[in-house]
Design a protein around this ligand. Structure first.
Ligand SMILES: NC(=O)C1=CN([C@@H]2O[C@H](COP(=O)(O)OP(=O)(O)OC[C@H]3O[C@@H](n4cnc5c(N)ncnc54)[C@H](OP(=O)(O)O)[C@@H]3O)[C@@H](O)[C@H]2O)C=CC1
Ligand SMILES: O=C(O)C1=N[C@H](C(=O)O)C[C@H](O)C1
Length: 245
């Protein structure tokens, strides 16, 4: 039985996770947590945490989980390089699923993007990525877009720091062939849209995913928590949970 601690309980995703967990017989929400509450007391009541909060909270969460041996499903995005390294380090002792997106559709988009990049970049296809989210989102680009860029960087031998152009403005000149454009849109109540575009002379391929309900992400996170139950320490993502590797 998964005894679940839901952090960020009053947030958009925290609420969706509590709802999704109520539909999963193997999962019982035994504790919840919000900013300012006692995390050590909350984590003592659980064997697994599902965390959709804020990147700055991850250090405190890792420290508490390492002490209690609690499994972690981390969906929070916007981590710094140091925070990502801390998650990797903790995974030597704890089973952790860390994923920027828990939807089956987006994880299929990751797979399709890798395959498309392998095929299309043998010819001269320029790559652009767009994402759109609701007006409340605080990190940009989205964690999902960042993962798409990492996949594209790997397949095209480009660098996230040197070759990704975050928007364009002014007299930027012709497009450098290795450049990957990243364009972030914010507005309204958009749950999460991502497009990877491959554009060549005479044709264009667009791979798009649109999420219309946060329950999609929440159900995926609950599925990841159940999957993680009997796994050894290690860093996993949703591709592992879905068997997409
Ligand atoms: N991986 C995925 O599939 C998905 C990831 N996300 C990510 O999940 C995260 C949360 O998104 P969302 O639910 O929309 O955000 P919300 O702002 O709605 O909720 C954030 C929650 O985290 C809590 N929180 C904020 N700061 C802290 C802190 N320092 N310590 C403890 N708790 C804190 C908030 O508490 P309070 O209200 O008291 O401040 C709130 O309950 C984001 O990083 C987002 O990108 C979102 C959707 C899907
Ligand atoms: O903040 C959100 O809402 C979302 N965040 C995730 C991200 O940053 O990729 C996933 C999803 O698109 C919704």
């Amino acid at each position: 039985m998964i005894q679940l601690l839901v952090t960020g309980k009053s947030g958009r995703m925290g609420q969706a996770v509590i709802q999704a967990a109520s539909h999963e017989p193997a999962v019982l929400v035994t504790a919840t947590h919000d900013a300012g509450e006692n995390l050590v007391a909350a984590i003592a009541q659980a064997n697994t945490v599902i965390d959709f909060t804020m990147h700055k909270f991850t250090g405190e969460l890792l420290e508490a989980a390492l002490k209690s041996g609690t499994h972690l499903v981390i969906g929070t995005t916007g981590h710094t390089d140091d925070e990502r390294a801390a998650i990797r380090e903790a995974s030597a002792k704890l089973p952790i699923v860390y994923a920027p997106n828990f939807s089956i559709g987006v994880n299929t988009l990751f797979w399709l993007t890798q395959k498309a990049a392998q095929i299309l970049t043998q010819d001269r296809f320029d790559i652009e990525v767009t994402e759109m989210h609701h007006r409340h989102k605080i990190d940009a680009p989205s964690g999902t877009a960042r993962r798409l860029l990492e996949i594209l960087n790997e397949e095209t031998a480009t660098s996230y720091d040197k070759d990704v152009a975050h928007g364009r403005f002014g007299n930027v000149g012709p497009r450098p062939p290795r450049e990957i454009g990243m364009h972030t849109l914010r507005g309204g109540d958009v749950v999460g849209d991502h497009t990877v575009m491959f554009a060549a002379d005479g044709e264009r391929v667009e791979l798009t995913h649109k999420a219309s309900s946060r329950l999609t992400f929440a159900a995926g996170a609950v599925r990841a928590a159940v999957w993680l139950y009997d796994k050894p320490a290690g860093l996993y993502d949703m591709q592992d949970v879905l068997g997409l590797r």
